[in-house]
Design a binder for this molecule. Structure first.
Ligand code: DUC
Ligand code: ZN
Ligand code: ZN
Length: 477
């Protein structure tokens, strides 16, 4: 008896990559794509895509899962619920953050984070590092060793008291990125400006959630973005500015690019679909749900973000999923009470909705092409963080991480989502599509109705060097 050629064949797929759309069958064996073509031979299993669009599974390269928080605050999603939600929303790889506490060794932070993830993930995952305490030991030993082991990216903060680095420390850390070929991600907001504005607001009794946006105007982001670019220019290293919210930071990034500097940029759904008004138009506490940093801006800035997605300003579209419940004592009401905005945990749930929001409003809404969608949600994140071509594309040899899209009208309800958060900022939004099927390394983890994952089936991914753009001599584009 002749053995069948493939473990699984997906027939009649309209395959979309970052560069093409073409019709083909997809032959999958051992969790990898082994053949693409028409009229492929039989497989042990078959799925008929019936001409529907098939994209690479999403790579969500910026999400926070089970990140240690100061009690009583706790993230609502761990690796189990977070990766479950990701899979149901068409994401098949997540990169979350192993965060160093001040005084802690980076290695201890990584070891602790592995313990949190081990045996829990339903899809493949990897870790960025957060460097909050760049001691000599971290700079000369731990960070280089971890980069060599495949933790090839790290985030640095210019705000948050427990995480922020000063300019000298940022220069030191960027220099390690340059020497060892890592990708440096920067949270660009000016901490002193935020603190000064916050104190003034508090002195005037303006402490409701909506004042979070007043304490973090675009100027604060613009100044820090400008400074980050200057520091990176001094060190001569590419950087990636994360969660860019609007015009003023974008102007800085365009300026840097026009001067030949390698500055990459990421944005997130909250800057396309929310505005500062979602933090409240009066002093009610409801708006705490939409507190994140940088804060959402206004309709005009949403348009500017759409333009940036279209014209190549943005390289990545990530969720910045930072999951906190609204009710209870562990999330947006620390200790169970309504607190001043400075004490409200920053972050939104978005790991499950990222892909459908952009597909629906971007692709089907005629704002971006299908190729751009794939590039922003899968291919570029995989390239930026050393996972391409194993992840982020549909090609022979790549992992069979795939999404088959159902184009249908639906209304987003938190009750239908699979995260452990008690709300979604996008409740009630009308969408035109949702993943009808998600495959993680050839296994169905979401069939459009039910979740089929298995905790522990997700593998940790050690990553290679960023491959977004070849580095030129001198580090310039
Ligand atoms: N801002 C961050 O920098 N991280 C998590 C969530 C947020 O709003
Ligand atoms: Zn951040
Ligand atoms: Zn973040």
């Amino acid at each position: 008896m002749i053995d069948t050629a493939f473990d699984l064949v997906i027939r009649h797929a309209r395959i979309a990559t970052a560069s093409d759309t073409f019709s083909a069958d997809i032959g999958i064996t051992g969790g990898r794509i082994v053949q693409l073509g028409t009229n492929l031979g039989a497989g042990k299993k078959k799925i008929d895509a019936a001409g529907r669009t098939v994209t690479p599974g999403g790579v969500d390269a910026h999400c926070h899962l089970d990140q240690p928080m100061a009690p009583p605050v706790r993230m609502a999603d761990d690796f189990n619920t977070g990766t479950r939600a990701a899979a149901c929303g068409g994401t098949t790889t997540v990169i979350s953050f192993a965060a160093q506490e001040k005084g802690q060794s980076l290695r201890a932070a990584v070891d602790d984070y592995h313990r949190r993830a081990d045996g829990r993930a339903h899809i493949d995952y990897s870790f960025h590092l957060i460097v909050s305490d760049p001691t000599a030991q971290v700079l000369t030993e731990e960070l280089p060793a971890l980069i060599a082991e495949g933790y090839t990216s790290f985030k640095i903060y210019m705000t948050y008291d427990d995480l922020k680095l000063d300019d000298g420390q940022i220069l030191d850390v960027l220099d390690v990125a340059r020497q060892h070929g890592a990708m440096a991600m920067i949270h660009a907001e000016n901490a002193d400006c935020i603190e000064w504005l916050t104190r003034r607001l508090e002195a005037g009794g303006r402490t409701a959630p909506r004042f979070h946006a007043h304490a973090r105007p675009m100027l604060v982001e613009r100044e820090a973005t400008h400074r980050a670019i200057a520091l990176a220019e001094l060190v001569d290293v590419p950087i990636l500015i994360v969660h860019v919210s609007g015009r003023e930071a974008i102007e800085q990034i365009r300026w840097a690019r026009s001067h030949g500097l390698q500055v990459f940029a990421e944005t997130c759904p909250q800057y396309l679909f929310l505005t500062a008004e979602d933090l409240g138009i009066d002093d009610s506490y409801q708006g705490a749900r939409c507190i994140c940093s940088p804060p959402p801006r206004d309709k005009a800035n949403q348009e500017i973000i759409w333009n940036g997605l279209n014209d190549g300003l943005f390289t990545l579209f990530s969720s910045d999923h930072a999951p906190f419940n609204y009710d209870g004592s562990e999330g947006k009401k620390p200790g169970g009470s309504e607190v001043e905005f400075r004490h409200i945990p920053n972050g939104l749930a978005g790991i499950e909705t990222r892909m459908a929001l952009l597909y629906s409003e971007g692709v089907l809404g005629g704002r971006i092409t299908l190729q751009k969608f794939v590039e922003l949600t899968a291919t570029n994140p995989a390239k930026a963080y050393g996972l391409h071509p194993r992840k982020g594309t549909i090609a022979i040899g790549s992992d069979a991480d795939l999404v088959i899209w159902d184009e249908r009208d639906l209304v987003l309800r938190n009750t239908q989502l699979h995260h452990a958060v008690d709300h979604t900022p996008y409740e009630g939004m009308a969408l035109k599509a949702w993943p009808g099927l998600t495959l993680s390394r050839g296994e169905v983890v979401w069939d459009g109705q039910e979740f089929h994952g298995r905790a522990g089936s997700g593998q940790f991914l050690s990553r290679g060097a960023p491959s977004l753009m070849p580095r030129q001599p001198g580090g310039r584009a």
